[in-house]
Design a protein around this ligand. Structure first.
Ligand code: NAD
Length: 291
């Protein structure tokens, strides 16, 4: 297939590389980052999009998605498909979907989980919103870049799945970290805590697969001095998107709100933005109930 790829940062570059390595013809553009090997560099987003069967974007936020979409939709070939893999507001995804439909083009929101490691290894999970016809066209390419693809329904539903998942993830990580510190202060050995919780009703992905306590459970960023992994700043971004959506739909999400406030303090006031999001454990270790 002829593919355009716009946004060649930490995630986009390895994703574009995997498409090119699978034998597709990929034209790439980024405002700053250089084009990875195997991807043909072009001079603008419009040039990357023109004449392609399918165009991927992997951008920082909804504002840059709207801006790139304004530029590329008029340049795209009739009936081509735009696939945005960035994590953005549900509203931004739905607005770009409507603009694409009005221009006679397909659109999918297809945010990912799996991080940079998953992008490099081609093992991402794609959660996809949009029409079945566009999904059928993009599916073989999702399977090159990822190992799991879930069609979540209409436009915006991929983003909805992503922010709901990450709201659960942020809340659960905080609960796991604070419980470890309570266990410490009660004199409970961390290995014993892991052995019980990971096989009991308190088990979760954050405990079982990504344990925030160093030296306990499978290898995780905690065993690498909390180098990300998934940076706390990115968790804060996703929690904020969740709160924005909850506000827009008037949904009461007290746990999501509390998690957002905690990650905000960690990232903005405590220099934690560049640490893995599981570094909430050493954060709680240094604190007491009064502060
Ligand atoms: P990044 O900042 O490394 O890459 C974004 C790239 O987009 C940058 O290179 C930037 O120069 C480029 N860009 C911005 N505006 C542009 C424009 N108008 N035209 C062309 N290029 C433009 O970010 P990333 O880590 O690759 O993340 C990309 C998206 O994926 C984000 O929405 C993020 O939330 C999401 N995500 C990231 C991870 C992760 O672990 N890094 C995991 C899951 C999802």
């Amino acid at each position: 297939m002829k593919i355009g790829f716009i946004g060649l940062g930490n995630m986009g570059a390895p994703m574009a590389t995997n498409l090119a390595a699978a034998g597709h013809q990929v034209a790439g553009f980024d405002l700053v980052a250089s084009c990875p090997r195997g991807v043909h560099p072009v001079q603008s987003a419009a040039e990357a999009a023109a004449g392609q069967d399918i165009v991927f974007t992997m951008l920082p936020d909804g504002k840059s998605l709207r801006c790139v979409a304004d530029e590329i939709l008029p340049a795209m070939a009739p009936r081509a498909v735009l696939v945005d893999c960035s994590t953005v507001e549900v509203d931004a995804a739905r607005a770009v979907a409507a603009a694409a439909e009005a221009a006679g083009l397909g659109f999918l929101d297809a945010p990912v989980s799996g991080g940079v490691g998953g992008a490099v290894a081609g093992t991402l999970t794609f959660m996809v919103g949009g029409a079945q016809a566009a999904f059928a066209i993009a599916s073989p390419l999702f399977r090159i870049m990822g190992q799991r693809v879930v069609h979540c329904g209409g436009a915006g539903n991929g983003q909805a799945a992503k922010i709901c998942n990450n709201m659960i993830l942020g809340v659960t990580m905080i609960a796991t970290c604070e419980a470890f510190v309570l266990a410490d202060r009660l004199g409970l050995d961390r290995q014993a805590m892991f052995d019980v919780v990971s096989t009991s009703s308190g088990s979760s992905w954050t405990m079982n697969a990504y344990c925030p306590a160093p030296g306990v459970g499978p290898h995780s960023p905690a065993d690498n001095n909390y180098q990300p992994g998934f940076a706390a700043a990115l968790m804060l971004k996703d929690l904020r998107l969740g709160q924005q959506a909850a506000q827009a739909t008037d949904v009461d999400t007290p746990m999501g709100q509390a998690a957002t406030a905690l990650y905000q303090a960690f990232v903005k006031d405590e220099g934690g933005g560049g640490r893995d999001f599981s570094a909430m454990l050493p954060r709680f270790e240094t604190r007491t109930r009064s502060g």
